[in-house]
Design a binder for this molecule. Structure first.
Ligand code: ARG
Length: 459
């Protein structure tokens, strides 16, 4: 038989419903934060004279003992405990007797769970920041080695203009920096204390919310008790920031997967991050980026689920909120694991094939814009030059030759302004070198960016 919920009830829960209702299986990971929150609350009750100093000490010692038990693996709540908050309170009463029943004075599980979740997420945000920085460093170190390595640049996945490989990789370093800044901003709104909002309306007991807030190192307290217990905006924002991290990782993954194909052949996967096929002996598969690309969907889904979960909820607490936890926990794990996996991939999982890259940028028409720019420098209007080069590309394609193979006399028939120096301009390295506009792929500009990031990442 299940226990009746309280003396207001006559019967216990249907056993299936008891399990359905319980969150202990997943909210147990909030244990440390629940204990910290309760210790702060107990101290405050003592300071305010709501309970005696001795009682406050007893509560705190009991809570510390539960911490110890948890570390030693002796704290084993069951489904009957319902959630981490009840599990702790019950164990406290077992340990220190009836005084334990004073802990929940002037507090509700509604402000308690909000406090726990914010404390937990605040730590995880700080950890994710470290993993984002590791990703930046991994990408940067490959970039730094490859300022003069060229890679085809694409638009519409059609060859466009060649790039410095460093420039390409630094684009992802920039994205990761925005991800870090976004999380830093989200953290400000995670870092506000709802503790003391009680069930929804505040409490007649003379608590001091500032004491618990500063004890738990929150930046501020919620000004409205209803908002305090009902706000899950911080969770949506966190999942939004996480979804963008995964979107960035997924785009990078997709590029790595393409680069590793026979058709592109820009990288070789090392044995550290690739697997074979159970059937085809020749295969080497890019599992790591594929998994990360696949996992992005989980986080996008959690964001959608969170928005859907809150959208119809009247104030204040509703049990629906219990669903916020698994979405956050799974997203944190997915983001962390994916960041680490992609970092390892760039640290030891792939090698750029420079001869292949060189061959790729030397055998296409991605220097065509530069022919037009050559004429523009001689005062030909751009659109006119563009049309002319279009015709030159067309005839070259028909004849099966590249621009670099057109003899000078032939260039002269296209336009009298073409001189011997056109051949220098057609070199892929000249094409890249020339793009010196700020933020461009010109070696000088990219070198400045490498200096900037070395300074920032290794200060
Ligand atoms: N386990 C609950 C949750 O995660 C704790 C809050 C319960 N509050 C309540 N009024 N039933 O949301």
């Amino acid at each position: 038989m299940t226990k009746k919920w309280s003396d207001r009830f006559d019967k216990g829960l249907n056993p299936f419903i008891e399990k359905f209702n319980a969150s202990i299986e997943f909210d147990i990971c909030l244990l440390e934060e629940d204990l910290d929150g309760s210790i702060a609350h107990a101290r405050m009750l003592g300071i305010q004279g709501i309970i005696t100093k001795e009682e406050a000490n007893k509560l705190e010692n009991g809570l510390q003992q539960i911490k110890k038990e948890a570390e030693d693996g002796f704290f084993q709540p069951t489904i009957a405990d319902e959630d981490v908050h009840f599990a702790v309170e019950k164990r406290l009463i077992d340990l220190i007797g009836p005084i334990g029943k004073k802990l929940h004075t002037g507090r509700s599980r509604n402000d308690q769970v909000g406090t726990d979740l914010r404390l937990w997420l605040r730590k995880r945000i700080d950890e994710i920041d470290i993993y984002l920085e590791r990703l930046q460093v991994s990408l940067f170190l490959v970039a730094e080695q490859n300022l003069y390595t060229l890679i085809p640049g694409y638009t519409h996945l059609q060859r466009a203009q060649p790039l410095s490989l460093a420039h390409h990789l630094l684009a992802y370093v920039e994205m990761a920096q925005r991800d870090r800044n976004r999380l830093k901003d989200v953290r400000k709104r995670v870092n506000i204390s709802p503790l003391g909002a009680a069930a929804l309306a505040g409490t007649p007991i003379s608590i001091d919310r500032e004491i618990t807030s500063s004890e738990l190192q929150f930046q501020d307290i919620y000004s409205n008790s209803l908002d305090a217990v009902s706000d899950r905006d911080f969770a949506v924002e966190f999942l939004g920031a996480s979804a963008l991290i995964m979107a960035h990782l997924s785009r990078l993954s997709e590029e790595v997967i393409l680069w590793a194909t026979e058709e592109f052949g820009f990288i070789k996967l090392t044995d550290r991050c690739a697997t074979g096929s159970s059937l085809m002996p020749q295969k080497k598969n890019p599992d790591v980026p594929e998994l990360v690309r696949g996992k992005s969907g989980r986080v996008f889904g959690h964001l959608q689920a969170m928005l859907t979960m809150i959208k119809g909820l009247p104030l204040a607490y509703n049990k629906d909120f219990q669903e916020d936890k698994e979405a956050i926990f799974d997203s944190v794990k997915t983001v962390k694991d994916s960041l680490i996996a992609i970092s390892i991939l760039f640290e030891e999982g792939l090698i750029f094939r420079k001869e292949k890259l060189n061959q790729a940028v030397s055998s296409d028409f991605s220097n065509a814009t530069d022919v037009a720019d050559y004429l523009v420098a001689k005062q030909i209007p751009f659109r006119e030059a563009y049309q002319l080069v279009g015709r030159i590309v067309k005839t070259s394609l028909e004849e099966g030759i590249l621009l670099k193979d057109i003899p000078l006399e032939r260039w002269k028939t296209f336009h009298q302004y073409f001189e011997e120096d056109i051949f220098q301009k057609l070199l892929p390295s000249s094409v890249v070198e020339a793009r010196l506009s700020s933020g461009g792929t010109g070696f000088e500009r990219v070198q400045e960016q490498l200096v900037f990031w070395r300074e920032k990442l290794f200060k």
